[in-house]
Each structure stands twice: as C-alpha cells, then as structure tokens.
Design a protein around this ligand. Structure first.
Ligand code: AMP
Length: 277
C-alpha cells in the first residue's frame, strides 16, 4: 500500500489510473470503515482511503482534541483489507488558505435541520474537505456509510453543486453485537458507559417495532425517558422522510421513513439512525 502525504505525490501516482474507489475517513478505523474498503476493492481496480481529522467540521474544540488517532493500527487494517493507497495529509496540506475561511456551499434545507442545526458549520466543513479530497483523488466511486445518513445527503448535494461525475455508493451501518453502531468515538466511552451505549440502538429498534401501533409522540417520549435513565443527554429523536429528510410529526406509511437520534453519553456525542420501512 502506498502512503502519500501531499496532493502532488498522490496525483503523480494516480495520473494513469482510471477506475478508482475512494473511502474518506477520519481514521481510528473499525470494521465499519473496512466494510467500505472491501466494497470498493470488489468494485474497482484501485481503492484508496484518506485519513484526515478535518478541523473545519468540528464545532466543538474538545471533540476535535479528543478525536482518537491510531495511524499504525489503521495502516495495518488497510493493508490487510487490500487498500492500494492511503492519503494522510496534515492540516496545512489541505488548508493552505488556513482553517478560518467561511465556506458557503448552497446546501439549502438539509443544512438547517438535525446535525445542521445542532452543529452549526459542520456540513460546510464536511463539504470543504470532501470537495478538496475529490479534486485530489478524482475517484470514479465514492463510498460512504449510512450511519451518517444526513452526511450522505449533503454529499449528494455537493456532487450536484459541483457537477462532479463520481458515483456515490452508500453502505449499510455496521454494528457491534449489542446493536451499537461502530464508531471511532466509541473508544472514548468508559466500560460502564459502553454497556449503556446501545440504548440508542434499542430506542431505534423500539420505534421500528412499534410504529404501526403507536404514535410517534408516545414512542419519542418513551425513548427520551429511557435514554435519560441510561445517562444520555438527548439532542434529538427525529422522524423524517428518508428521501429528503423532511421532518415528520407522525408516521406515514406511504413515505419511506427514517428515525434519527443524536445523544451524548459521558461527553461523547453519538448518532445513529434506522429506516422504518
Ligand atoms: P468517519 O471516519 O467517522 O468520518 O467515517 C468515515 C466513513 O465511514 C463515513 O462515510 C461513515 O459514514 C462511514 N462509517 C462510519 N461508521 C460506520 C459504520 N458503523 N457502518 C458503516 N459505515 C460507517
């Protein structure tokens, strides 16, 4: 596996390559990331991964400072998974203009709700880095996880806005045995908090299993209480149209629906979602 730290080296290597699958990450890799690498290697001649903890998408300095970094372990996992190249830039390489620049991607409604409203500027930062990475890698296929449901929609919009021809492939959420969605941030939980952390999944499952017989209000309230009992501070439990993320107040089986949760446990912010139908 080739490892590049600069865009020039990366471009020189990629110059004669046609069919490239690309998996952007922030590192501290787990099986959820590796699943994306496997899907890419099965569908493309070349597969690349980037590891870059992108400062412009963090609206919370503490979260940025505490983001786990495990490069040696990550490289071993990527090598084993058959990844062809890793792009591992430093901040100055991606942001020669500095990180204080205000980005203004016209994301519309999608940037005003859920993660957009709870993490102001987050998706502008996501777009800034994904845009830069796509210009550097010029992949044919881009692999992202449905765990970050809203992010997938934002990136879809970015591809429209920039008229990039890359095909976005969205992969299912990989979970631990108890249902907790795999996430780099899970490693920050103490062992006792880790035992409670699947409460988010249990709530999603509970809503999934009861939406035909109960109102969303009642299920939402029960889940808020359940999460609070487990020690979570819940930011949102939302029901939305899975096609466009329009927020819904009540279940409507004529629509594709998704439930999304963001909640904080021991200072670690976790998100997850589940499609209902
Ligand atoms: P991150 O390193 O958290 O920025 O994630 C990099 C990519 O991996 C994103 O497209 C995520 O949606 C995806 N990803 C993270 N966790 C999971 C998971 N548990 N299952 C599937 N994809 C995931």
């Amino acid at each position: 596996m080739y490892v590049f730290k600069t865009q020039n080296e990366l471009r020189a290597y990629l110059t004669d390559k046609q069919n490239i699958g690309f998996v952007p990450t922030m590192g501290a890799l787990h099986d959820g990331h590796i699943q994306l690498i496997h899907q890419s290697t099965s569908e493309n001649e070349y597969t690349g991964c980037s590891i870059f903890v992108n400062p412009t998408q963090f609206n919370n300095q503490h979260d940025f400072d505490k983001y786990p970094i495990t490069h040696e372990k990550d490289m071993a996992l990527l090598l084993k998974a058959g990844c062809d190249f890793l792009f591992l830039p430093v901040v100055d390489e991606m942001y020669p203009e500095g990180i204080k620049t205000q980005y203004s991607y016209d994301l519309g409604y999608i940037d005003t709700i859920l993660e957009g409203s709870h993490r102001p500027g987050h998706f502008q930062g996501v777009c800034a880095i994904v845009h830069k990475l796509l210009l550097a890698v010029k992949p044919t296929h881009l692999y992202m996880g449905e765990k970050d449901f809203q992010q997938c929609m934002v990136v879809k919009r970015l591809l429209e806005l920039t008229s990039m021809t890359v095909q976005l492939i969205i992969c299912p959420t990989l979970r631990d045995e108890d249902g907790l969605a795999k996430s780099s941030r899970n490693t920050r939980l103490s062992s006792s908090a880790r035992q409670q952390a699947n409460g988010i999944y249990n709530c999603l499952k509970y809503i999934h299993d009861h939406y035909t017989t109960h109102s969303f209000d009642v299920l939402q309230q029960n889940c808020l209480e359940q999460l609070s009992t487990l020690g979570f501070t819940t930011e949102y439990i939302a029901l939305a149209d899975a096609n466009n993320l329009t927020i819904m107040d009540t279940f409507d089986i004529d629509k594709k629906m998704v439930v999304l949760i963001a909640a904080v446990l021991e200072g670690v912010r976790l998100i997850d979602n589940m499609r209902l139908n």
